[in-house]
Design a protein around this ligand. Structure first.
Ligand code: ZN
Length: 69
């Protein structure tokens, strides 16, 4: 199981109903169980979580720029 506290909410629907999928090659990615968004692949669960959280912060900064327009 992943540590939910380490994961930021889904950038699309703000859900914390998240899970992790792992491929046989050792790549993992976060999946939102609410809107079925897939996070970027990372190496292992730790990589998936890091990429997910990084993506969330990117999404937030982009939406903040739109609000400024
Ligand atoms: Zn979602």
């Amino acid at each position: 199981m992943i540590e939910k506290n380490d994961l930021k909410p889904c950038p699309f629907c703000n859900s914390r109903h998240l899970d992790v999928d792992i491929s046989r090659m050792g790549f993992a990615w976060i999946v939102c169980k609410t809107c079925h968004a897939n996070g970027p692949e990372g190496v292992g669960i730790g990589g998936a979580i890091a990429n997910w959280n990084n993506r969330v912060s990117v999404q937030k900064s982009m939406s903040r720029e739109k609000e400024d327009e």
